[in-house]
Design a protein around this ligand. Structure first.
Ligand code: MRU
Length: 342
């Protein structure tokens, strides 16, 4: 297969490498991923994370295994195992379903490789389209708040919400970014801050609980976030804390946008209540881990509730920035999410 390079994934000489997102920004370590158990572990451990990136990463591994001569049955089993690695981001399931269809073809190995390469190229193009559409919503001097990490690390293109921010910056709009640190796993503090540094985009890192005060002071002009799954009615799941922001934005009348490609839409979920929400380990809330080590500040026996995502109802969303356009509540209610990719 061809060599491919993204921010967090690369294929070089038919070998797959994953940038370990758990040790950024202190260390930039590329992990060689050679097996399905290794990929499942990387996805569950968030070494590879972000809805589009986990889908494409899983498909690239299947392509690498196909290139190495894996059987049809072996690839089909691998696909099903990868499909179940994380439950909330439907991008993973959608991407694997494309691969399962390819595996049904006579020349299944080549079909598998071609499909993975096409999914990679498509995500790059989808990110570009959303970024251009979303950047039209950004005005000179806007102060934009974002949550979690939705950039090059989370996709294989320039990102979803962070792609919009990056494009608005490149257009010379003189923007400033408020970066929610995004407890408990600090994807904002570690990863979004790292990406904004690399792009020389002005930002301030804030604790999640500072957003309310900033909005009350009139210091947030817009909010852009990503999504792991959008239900048919426009409700959407994203990193825990997104719903808090949507409620705050509504109260303070700050425009609140979700940015996601069609690969994040799940027509089989009628509403957000149907979206499965991943529960994660207690240690993530009781302490912190990274390249700097690991520590626990809570009592060892503390009971913890740790949902990785929450659901924001469509009624709190100003606009859905999709690859097919920017849609308001009336358009979403009228079925804009049912459209095919643009
Ligand atoms: O648990 P994570 O870090 O994979 O969660 C990621 C998010 O919540 C992102 O906002 C989402 O995947 C969209 S990324 C383009």
């Amino acid at each position: 297969m061809v060599n491919l390079q993204a921010t967090s994934l690369k294929v070089l000489n038919n070998q797959l490498y994953v940038l370990d997102q758990t040790v950024l920004p202190q260390q930039e370590i590329w992990l060689h991923c050679q097996s399905v158990p290794a990929m499942v572990q990387m996805i569950q451990g968030l070494q590879l994370r972000g809805a589009p990136a986990i889908g494409i990463g899983a498909c690239l591994l299947l392509a690498v295994l196909a290139e190495a001569g894996e059987s049809r049955a072996g690839l089909q089993q691998a696909a099903l195992t990868l499909r179940a690695a994380r439950p909330t981001a439907v991008n993973l399931m959608n991407a694997i379903d494309v691969m399962l269809a390819a595996l049904g073809q006579a020349d299944y190995r080549q079909a598998c490789i071609t499909a993975a390469e096409a999914l990679f190229a498509e995500d790059v193009a989808l990110c570009q389209r959303m970024a251009e559409l979303g950047a039209e919503l950004v005005h000179q001097g806007d102060r934009i708040l974002t949550h979690c990490n939705t950039g090059g690390l989370a996709t294989v293109g320039i990102g979803t919400a962070l792609g919009v921010i990056r494009t608005a910056h490149q257009q010379g709009k003189n923007i400033q970014v408020w970066v929610d640190e995004t407890r408990p796993l600090l994807q904002g503090g570690r990863l979004t801050a790292w990406e904004l540094e690399q792009q020389h985009i002005p930002y301030h890192l804030i604790c999640d609980n500072m957003a309310a005060m900033l909005m009350a002071q009139g210091r947030v002009d817009k909010i852009f976030v990503g999504s792991d799954r959008i239900a048919a009615n426009g409700d959407f799941a994203n990193k825990i804390g997104t719903y808090n922001l949507a409620v705050l934005a509504h109260y303070h009348q700050v425009p609140f946008y979700v940015v996601a490609p069609y690969t994040t839409v799940d027509p089989e979920c009628a509403t957000g209540a149907d979206i499965p929400i991943e529960q994660r380990a207690a240690a993530e809330v009781k302490g912190v881990a990274g390249a700097f080590g690991q520590l626990c500040w809570a009592p060892e026996a503390a009971e913890v509730y740790n949902p990785a995502f929450d659901v924001t109802p469509a009624s709190l969303v100003t606009g859905w920035v999709l690859d097919t356009g920017v849609f308001n509540q009336q358009q979403i209610a009228a079925g804009a999410l049912n459209r095919q990719p643009g």
